[in-house]
Structures are given as C-alpha cells and as structure tokens.
Design a binder for this molecule. Structure first.
Ligand code: ATP
Ligand code: MG
Length: 263
C-alpha cells in the first residue's frame, strides 16, 4: 500500500491518495517456488542413504536370523525395513511435488475422467455413495487427463479419509457436479462430501505444502492438486458444505484460443 498526501499551493493538506497493490499472485508464486526447492533438496538428501540402510538390515536378518532366537531381533530388523519403505514412499511424494510432469493437454471430455475416477472408488468403497451430476452443455476442452485424474483421486481420498474419521459417522456421500458458464467460458467442478468439514481457520492453509492434520499424511495432496489446477490456468478453493462437510470448487477456463495455441 502506498499513501500520498495531496497539498494545495499553500502547502495545506487537501486529501490523500491510497494505492493498494494486490500481490497475492506474486507472493503465491514465491511461496510455491521456495517450497519446491525445499522439497527437492529434502528428497535428495533423504533418498541417498535409504537403500543401504534397508539392504544392511536385510543382510543382518539373513545372516544372523537363524542363530538369534530372541523375537525382538526379527521384529526390530523387520521394523527397520518397513519404516525405510515408508520413508521411501514419502520421499517419492516429495520428488513428485518438486517436479510434477509437464502438463500434456489433449482435447477431451472431463465427464469421462470424472466417471473413470468414480468407477474405481465405487468398486473399492462399496459402503460410500458416489454421485455425479454433469452440467448442461459442458464442452470438450484441452486438459491433461492423467493429471486431472490425480486431482480427483486426491480430493476423493481426502473426503473418504475425513468421513472415515468422522465421529458422527453418517452414511458417506461424495458428490461431483459440473457447471459450464458459457459467457465466461469457465467450467466449475464441485466436489462435496458430508464429512466433518475443514475448520474456517484452515480453509486457506489446506493447500499449503505439508499442512496435514493426519498422523501419516504428507500434506502434499492438496498442494499437488492446486499446482495441477493452476497449470490448467484454473483456481481451486475450499468452502464449507451445507449442511455439513467440505466443498471444493475448481474453476478452469475453457478457451477456444487456448485450443489453437496448443495445437
Ligand atoms: N474433504 C476434507 N474434509 C476435511 N478435511 C480435509 C478434507 N480435505 C482436506 N482436508 C484437510 O486438509 C489437510 C491437507 O490435505 P492434503 O491432501 O494436502 O494432505 P493429507 O491428506 O493430510 O496428506 P496426504 O494427502 O499425503 O495423505 C488434511 O490433513 C485435512 O486436515
Ligand atoms: Mg490428502
């Protein structure tokens, strides 16, 4: 914000001009860049010693497992191997976040991508109710189907996680809805659940890398989601759902000019 004082010829104050600059985009980009660098470095530093640690533990187990009868020996070495594998997965997530593959947009139907994702979850979570209300006149447009699939999988994963940890435990309902705004050429995708919801103070933070309220969460899920949506020139925001739960809203521009630029 800059403030200038307006004075007349006698030097008397006659007013003030206040100019506000919206730095949100710049600040967001700087934060993302800083986190990407941190993620890349941590991934690199942690990854190197993991394989030798695991191989050594396996070797100890192979070499002395037969001689040492104390069950603590086997339990402890197996625990090392298990935890190292867990760390490795975590590091892979870090690396994925640090270098998400280049977006490869192809012209296609977002309905198809949503249907595919819901099909997988319907099979794996038969007790949850998944619903999809496709909007009228949603056109085909250029997007990266693999990356958008990751977006939807992450959102559904979060919804299921939230619903499963919900002490109120109502029947799980996860709903997708799309709506096309022809004037603005914007596609809105709503993903809602009836879980415990996100506290109002956390609604912005959930997209920050490493923000997680879960014991074993990396907190990278929604950061990756946000990055993919932004790579599609879109935005994602979190709201409370009525009467309860979470509502994620994605807005993606569907532009003819973009189609031509990419082809
Ligand atoms: N649908 C939801 N309902 C309630 N809370 C949510 C929902 N989606 C996200 N959150 C909150 O946002 C946090 C961040 O989500 P994010 O996907 O980034 O990481 P995570 O799910 O904790 O970890 P990971 O994705 O690695 O498993 C979650 O820990 C949870 O507190
Ligand atoms: Mg998640």
């Amino acid at each position: 914000m800059t403030l200038s004082i307006l004075k007349d010829e006698q030097g008397l104050e006659i007013g003030k001009v206040v100019v506000f600059d919206d730095l949100t985009l710049i600040v967001n980009a700087q934060r993302a860049a800083a986190w990407t660098e941190v993620a890349r470095r941590i991934a690199h530093e942690i990854k190197n010693p993991l394989t030798p640690i695991r191989l050594s533990a396996e070797r100890i187990l192979r070499k002395f497992g037969g001689q040492i009868q104390d069950p603590a020996f086997r339990e402890s070495t197996e625990m090392i191997v298990k935890q190292v594998n867990h760390l490795k997965n975590l590091v892979n997530e870090f690396s994925q976040f640090a270098r998400l593959p280049q977006t490869r947009p192809v012209r296609g139907s977002i309905h198809k991508t949503i249907d595919e994702v819901l099909m997988i979850f319907r099979h794996s979570h038969v007790n949850a109710h998944f619903e999809y209300n496709p909007g009228q006149g949603v056109p085909e447009f250029r997007f990266d189907p693999d990356q958008m699939r990751r977006v939807f999988v992450n959102l559904v994963d979060n919804s299921l996680g939230a619903c499963h940890s919900d002490p109120q435990n109502p029947p799980i309902r996860i709903q997708f809805r799309t709506k096309y705004e022809p004037v603005m050429k914007v596609l809105r995708i709503y993903v809602t659940d009836n879980g415990p919801g996100i506290p109002a103070t956390d609604l912005q933070k959930v997209f920050d890398p490493y923000f997680s309220t879960k014991e074993s969460g990396t907190g990278l899920g929604l950061a990756i989601v946000k990055k993919i949506v932004e790579d599609h020139n879109g935005i994602i925001r979190a709201f409370g759902n009525e009467p309860r739960g979470t509502k994620m809203v994605i807005e993606i521009p569907v532009s003819d000019i973009d189609f031509k630029k990419h082809t």
